[in-house]
Every structure is written in structure tokens, then in C-alpha cells.
Write a protein that binds this ligand. Structure first.
Ligand code: GLU
Length: 539
């Protein structure tokens, strides 16, 4: 009896690996093209870090004329959640990071690990035949005992070397136990020596030397499914992955993964381990947490009405900090035109800051046309805000409101998310204006009579709805002068005792009176849109 008999006993009816090697031929891609993947487990929660990973992967694939695919790693069925897979794919579509290949599209599938059981078995059989894997019959009690013995002997814990109880069991005995119905799993017979180091050059982190792996890790579990470690190596090989981009919590597994590639006779891909997204807290940094931070969930951005472009732009900013400058120089280009460079990614903890995200979002929204703002805000409101939806029902008027200070050299930058929009534009809607607080701040001029006087005189003598902007402003200056205020701020500054104030104070009075806000975008545009009749009611 030899290892072939053992392999045949365990996997009597599986295809040889040649079948799969032929079925999934090498990809025909041009030199330098990278095949990059995102390989999440469907746990029901789409973390912003997952979107970050996908964006980077897709960017590299596009940039090199390669392929970006998504493989769902669902071999740990305890962790699985209903609709987890749909949730992930939907989120990627929502954020324009749809893969070229995934469940339902692509020649290198199935892209769901639980549907690839026969493939893993084929390779497990090969390893058994070659004596590079073996059945392990350890019960939980036996494993506990090994651990206890290791602890009392002050030795490294784990299933390795001399502690690996079934590593050297004679094949005849193993065959007998299996025939006898004894439960077992399959382990790798690790060829590693921890006194030796593997040299690994990570695309982001550079040279990393780590001890070789000597753990006889489980490759096929008692439920017949492979472990993640085993499955992903086979998948990355057959799917032609050339570059693995993933979170740096996986760095420690590199020795094991490289060893698996070696044992299976595969060429290993390159690795790029990205630093985790961190949040500043109490002067320190910690990982963005699914439990503690609502912004860790991709769904949060949708609910808040932060556009996908804003999220993507900010993530790109975190990935390559020179993106911000590039964006300033190339306001109209697509994010995918940015020359992304993995080598420029930070080696440790990437700071994720909501204030900065909203800042980026203000810039993104400032570049939208009124139509784009309208359409995005409208579909957000449909789902999340009935009141805003009602405001937007009058499309023609709303487009004018949203068009204020838009499309020019210095567009307005006060909108960061659709959930703020209702408040930001409310004074443009009479019912909301009426309902707003009476206790608004007139700032410098707060004498009631003076305010009345300014407004009255303005509408009686100066206001003309047909004025152009320059005339309109000159008239406010005339008004200022008539009432003893300086026409120019600098005149006032040079001679403060001569005047009651300056033209800015006068326009503030008009602004506050007509909008009940001390800060708004361009007052001229606002007044034009509100129109004479409604302005007079407010005056
Ligand atoms: N399925 C692993 C995870 O859930 C992916 C690790 C990898 O990309 O190799 O994070």
C-alpha cells in the first residue's frame, strides 16, 4: 500500500489536476497586464475597507489592461449570512467598481468557492499521492493535550514537526483507520524549517523576512470543504492572479501561502499588502471598527447621501496622497485617468477621517452640474427624505436653485451630502422660509429701526428686478452712501469714525432679511430666482 492507494481511497472519483489545468489555460494578456482580485467572505457586512481594496484592485487592473475579478470565499459556512454575496456585488456596482469577472460572468469560474469543491479535492488528492499531505485523525481532546504538553514544555504551540501526531503514521495504518470509519481531516505535510527565513518582497511594504512555515495546516476540513488558505492558492493559480492586493492583516500568512504555492507546484503571485484604514481617537489611532464606527459600513454613505464619487475620490486620496493635487489640475477627468502608483501607498495605518471625506465631497459636488445635483439628490430623497422630495418636485425651480453659483470659476462648495441639502436650500422655498426661526442674526447692524429703514429704502428707491449684477451692486453702494455707510470696505477701514459702517453691513442686512441666513451663496442670483413678488413679501 502506498500514498496512491491512500489518495484513491479518500478521493476515489475526482478528476486529475491536468483536467483543470487545461480547462483554465493561461490568460492571454499583454505584457505587464495585472490580474487582480478582491476575495471577500460573505459575512453580511460590507466594510468601507473592502471598497477601498476593490477600488485599488480595479484601478490597477484597468491601468495595466488587466483583469479585475471578484471571488467569494465562502468555505467557512459558519460565518456566512443570507444575501451576503448579493450585498457585496451590489455595493461594488453601486460604487462603480464592478469586476470584469465574478459570479455569473467570466471564463475562470465558478467564482464562489463552495462550488469548487471538486477542484480542491483534485489538488488535495495530488498532494496525498505525492506524500505532501496526510489524513489526521486527531480528536479535539488529542489536540487539547498536544497544546497542554507544548505549554508545559514551554514550546511553540501548533500542529507541527514532532508534535504532529499523525504526520508520520504508516500509510497502511491510516488506510485501515479510514476503512474503519474513523473521522479525519487532511493536513499539509509542511516542508518548512522555521530556523530558515523566507524572503518576500511586498509591492507596498518592501522586503519582509519571515521564518518559514512549519505548521501542518488543515487543507480539507471535516465538512469536506477546504480551508481558506488551501482554496485561495488553488483559485489564484487557476484564475491567473498575478497580483494579490489585500489588507495587511494577511502579511503573517505569507510564509504559509508561498509554501502552498511551492508545494502545489504553482508560480506564486506578487503581493501588495495595504495598510488598514484607521481612525484617530484620543490622540491615538485604531482600526475602523465594524462595531463602533457607523462610517465603517458602506451602507452609511448611501444613507447619509454622500455621493459615490465622493467616497471613491476620498479613498483614492488615502491610497495615493498626490491624488488631491492631480484632481485640482484635472477637475474634469475620471478617477480612472489618475496615474495610481502602489509604491506610493503608506506602509502603515492609513488615516480615515470623516471631516476630510466631507471636504472632498464638497469639492466633488461643486463640480456637478445642476442637473446632476438634482438627479442625485432626487433619488436620494425618494428613499430617505420625503420633505426634500416635495421641495424638489418643482423641477424647473429646483434646477435654478441648485444652479446658483454652479458651473463658474468659483463654484459653491457648501454641500457635502444630500442629507444637508434640505436645510441648505430651504430659504428658497416660501413655506420653509416662513417656518424658519425669527431669531436670525443681523450681525453688525442690529437696531430694529435701522434695519427697517435700510430694507424699506432699498425696495422703494433702488431695487429693480431687471438690473444686471453690476448695477444691482452699485445700487447697494448708493443705498449705503445715502444712509451714511462707506461705499467700499477699505474707505471705511481708513476712516472708521466717518461712517456708520460699510456696504458689506448693508448687504448683510438685505441678505438676512430676505433669507434669514447671514451666509448664503450669491445674493444677486438668489434674489433673481426668488423674484420681485416674493421678495417684497419677505421685505
Ligand atoms: N477571504 C479573505 C478575507 O475574507 C481574503 C484574503 C485574501 O485576499 O487572500 O479577507
Amino acid at each position: 500500500m502506498d500514498s496512491k492507494d491512500l489518495a484513491n481511497l479518500i478521493f476515489p472519483n475526482v478528476k486529475g489536476v491536468e483536467y483543470y489545468e487545461n480547462k483554465y489555460p493561461q490568460r492571454n494578456l499583454k505584457e505587464g497586464a495585472q490580474v487582480v482580485r478582491y476575495a471577500p467572505s460573505p459575512t453580511g457586512f460590507v466594510h468601507i475597507g473592502g471598497l477601498y481594496q476593490s477600488l485599488i484592485a480595479k484601478k490597477i487592473a484597468k491601468q495595466t489592461d488587466g483583469v479585475f475579478f471578484v471571488r467569494i470565499e465562502d468555505t467557512d459556512q459558519k460565518r456566512e449570512v443570507e444575501n451576503g454575496v448579493e450585498g457585496i456585488l451590489k455595493a461594488l456596482d453601486d460604487y462603480d467598481v464592478s469586476p470584469d469577472e465574478t459570479i455569473g460572468k467570466g471564463e475562470y469560474g465558478p467564482y464562489l468557492q463552495s462550488e469548487r469543491k471538486d477542484i480542491y479535492e483534485s489538488y488535495a488528492k495530488k498532494l496525498l499521492e505525492e506524500g505532501k499531505a496526510y489524513p489526521c485523525f486527531c480528536s479535539t481532546e488529542e489536540l487539547d493535550k498536544i497544546r497542554a504538553d507544548q505549554e508545559s514544555a514551554k514550546e511553540r504551540t501548533g500542529y507541527y514537526g514532532k508534535w504532529a501526531k499523525y504526520r508520520n503514521m504508516p500509510i497502511d495504518m491510516a488506510i485501515e483507520k479510514i476503512k474503519n470509519g474513523d473521522p479525519y481531516i487532511i493536513r499539509l505535510k509542511s516542508p518548512g524549517n522555521p530556523d530558515k527565513k523566507i524572503k518576500h518582497k511586498d509591492v507596498i511594504k518592501g522586503n519582509i523576512d519571515m521564518p518559514e512555515n512549519d505548521q501542518d495546516i488543515v487543507i480539507i476540513k471535516s465538512d469536506g470543504l477546504p480551508t481558506y488558505h488551501f482554496a485561495h492558492v488553488i483559485d489564484d493559480h487557476l484564475m491567473g492572479t498575478t497580483l494579490v492586493t489585500r489588507g495587511d492583516e494577511w502579511v503573517a500568512s505569507v510564509p504559509l501561502h508561498l509554501q502552498l504555492f511551492y508545494v502545489l507546484g504553482f508560480k506564486a503571485p506578487k503581493y501588495a499588502h495595504t495598510a488598514a484604514l484607521m481612525k484617530q481617537e484620543d490622540g491615538g489611532k485604531r482600526k475602523l471598527s465594524k462595531r463602533k464606527d457607523p462610517e465603517a459600513a458602506v451602507s452609511y454613505y448611501k444613507e447619509e447621501g454622500i455621493p459615490k464619487d465622493s467616497v471613491n475620490e476620498y479613498l483614492m486620496n488615502i491610497a495615493n496622497s498626490n491624488f488631491e493635487i492631480w484632481r485640482k489640475q484635472n477637475p474634469d477627468k475620471s478617477l480612472y485617468d489618475f496615474p495610481f502608483d502602489m509604491k506610493k501607498m503608506g506602509v502603515s495605518g492609513a488615516l480615515f477621517d470623516m471631516v476630510k471625506m466631507l471636504d472632498v465631497s464638497k469639492n466633488v459636488i461643486s463640480r456637478y452640474s445642476a442637473d446632476e445635483v438634482y438627479n442625485l439628490a432626487y433619488s436620494w430623497a425618494k428613499e430617505y427624505d420625503k420633505e426634500l422630495l416635495e421641495m424638489l418636485e418643482d423641477k424647473e425651480y429646483s434646477l435654478k436653485v441648485l444652479g446658483i453659483e454652479r458651473g463658474n470659476q468659483k463654484p459653491r462648495k457648501d454641500i457635502a451630502k444630500w442629507s444637508d441639502l434640505k436645510y441648505i436650500i430651504s430659504y428658497m422655498y416660501d413655506d420653509k422660509f416662513e417656518a424658519s426661526s425669527e431669531e436670525y442674526d443681523y450681525q453688525k447692524i442690529n437696531d430694529k429701526e435701522e434695519i427697517e429703514k435700510i430694507v424699506k429704502l432699498y425696495f422703494e428707491k433702488y431695487y429693480d428686478e431687471n438690473d444686471d449684477k453690476e448695477t444691482w451692486f452699485n445700487k447697494i453702494k448708493d443705498l449705503a452712501e445715502e444712509l451714511g455707510y462707506a461705499r467700499e470696505v477699505k474707505e471705511y477701514k481708513a476712516n472708521p469714525d466717518k461712517y456708520k459702517g460699510h456696504v458689506g453691513d448693508i448687504s448683510t442686512v438685505l441678505r438676512v432679511k430676505l433669507t434669514r441666513r447671514s451666509q448664503t451663496p450669491d445674493l444677486f442670483e438668489i434674489m433673481k430666482i426668488i423674484g420681485k413678488e416674493r421678495l417684497l413679501k419677505r421685505a
